[in-house]
Ligand binder design. Sequence first.
Ligand SMILES: [Zn+2]
Length: 344
Amino acid sequence: MKATLIYGAGDVRVETVPDPRLHEPTDAIVRVLRSCICGSDLWPYGAKPAQDHGDRIGHEFLGVVEELGAEVTGLKPGDVVVAPFVWADNTCDFCREGLQTSCRHGGQWGSTGVDGGQGEAVRVPQAAGTLVKLPVGEDSALLPSLLSLSDVFPTGHHCAVTAGVGPRTTVTVIGDGAVGLSAVLAAQRLGAERIILMGRHTDRTELGREFGATDIVAERGEEGVERVRELTGGDGTHTVLECVGLEPAIETAFGVVRDGGTVSRVGAPQYPAVPAGFGVFMRNVTLTGGVAPARAYIEELLPDILEGRIEPGKVFDRTVGLDDVPDGYRAMADRDALKVLIRP
Ligand SMILES: [Zn+2]
């Protein structure tokens, strides 16, 4: 089969790799219907040292069950399923606490011996715990939104949930990438009173408005902080959803949060230390967030997609075939595309 490999910064190739086979009785083989490129794939695409062998990449996919190991329960060949961006048994103590990203028997797509999602098929470890059956056909128009359940939408949702967003909450979302826009949608879904989106790409902030943003702040840094404070009577917002991962974004987050409020970060941090010194301490600001246990949220978010109340798949603004995945990476790295859908 064909799959995507990364050889180093700027060097993504689609090559023929061995077809996946069942290794463990808890495995399944899934034929991929849709996959996509994640903002976090752009970190290795921007900085991975060159190497002479490729590493499999991609951690978001949705597909059809082709084969099942003898111990996999609850699934049958032909089922359309979505996989969260880590695999997990969904039964251990961490999983029962809703922290499937810390599963005692879990792991990451594309790690040694494990397929990546950007390919024609995937061997899925811990299939019964990992895969969620979707009540749709292979040609459903809902596939883009259902694919968003693998990572980007639950990540935005996790950011809003850990921040404590609710009906009386004011929210600032930092970042107009796919995760930031998903966080806007999640905050709106949780009933936030006011959602200020900080972003400067108008085509993206327009989608942010459609997803529920009430105000857009295009300014950045100190100016951006001042603008949010102006909009909120000088106080800032109860919650701040930091969806970028760079140091200026976390600094802005502490600048726009109201005293006693909460900053949640889901942008994979590209900085070694959080600038939360005495000032942040004196203002009783809480810092939370982290990697999203997408698996914990899929059943809760699924009905709103199936019943048409939300359409998180609108973050996909370009579709490529598997052979054109390298172009998809370039388009996302150049900010030409917001998020690229892959149709193997
Ligand atoms: Zn587990």
